[in-house]
Write a protein that binds this ligand. Sequence first.
Ligand code: SF4
Ligand code: SF4
Length: 311
Amino acid sequence: MSSFPLIVDVKRHSLEDGPGIRSVVFFKGCPLRCVFCHNYEAQSSEVEIAFSAKDCIKCGRCKEVCPQGAIDLELPGRIHRERCIRCGKCASVCPGRGLRLIGSYYSVESLTEILLRDLPFYRHSGGGVTLSGGECTIYPDYLETLLKSLKASGIHVVLETSGYFDYDVFKQKMLPYIDLIYYDIKIANMEAHRRYIGKPNQKILENFRRLLREKGVKVHPRTPLVPGITATKENLSAIVDFLCDAGADNVSLLPYNPMGIEMAVNLGRPRPPLPMGFMKPDEEREVYDMFKTIIEERGRRWKRVLEPASA
Ligand code: SF4
Ligand code: SF4
């Protein structure tokens, strides 16, 4: 057991998740359980084993090394999860990506060393580092040390959050070192939020209001589009009402991403009841136009409403 947080991945040279060329750190662990999560592997704060049937050649090496007798080559999900102790031996002998151990520990020093490798790219492109997840704010002490060390090197930092954090801790340990916050506002109705996300939303909405009242803090709200759940007129209208009331003047609509469905299954979870395909460009356009109309009906002229790229 390590005192460091688990990290799913460090994605270098990313052109997403903030301005310029970035390194994105995906922390493992989240207090929420969105049914439409597109990073299922980042929900649990423990090491996990993922099995991908399409990448398995049935060589049987995993079965030979498993100390628990947990592997059955005839089982569609390959692993008797109730026997598995997540030791990772099977993944270490798998010749492809049939089995993968998800989650690695990094000290702040080793993570900083990796992130600093791309300093010239950050400087030339106006990029930097994005802290993502999961919900990275669940590791406040680690983040405080990491953020201080990134700031000491003059690195631009974006933090992506669900907003489900202790505000005072966030303000003291993280906020002073963050340049831009991407803040998810997914569902406005509390009961629907509880149903689809697993927790009520008062804390998320209140934290957003408080952040907007802070001086010099850049907060960019984002709403992921999920057909039938978040991308409804009722939800988007309520979100616009909330954002207007909180004093926001910009928002991004994030295209629906069904990639999480396969990962949920690979981790041995039930298949989430979601559409399997991406939204078609005309469907996204329809939602975007509806969203713009909702804003205009309220007499608002927002600085920025980012539409999905394909709309
Ligand atoms: S992680 Fe370990 S216990 Fe689990 S299936 Fe693989 S080898 Fe067996
Ligand atoms: S080691 Fe990998 S490829 Fe071989 S049977 Fe196991 S999961 Fe499939």
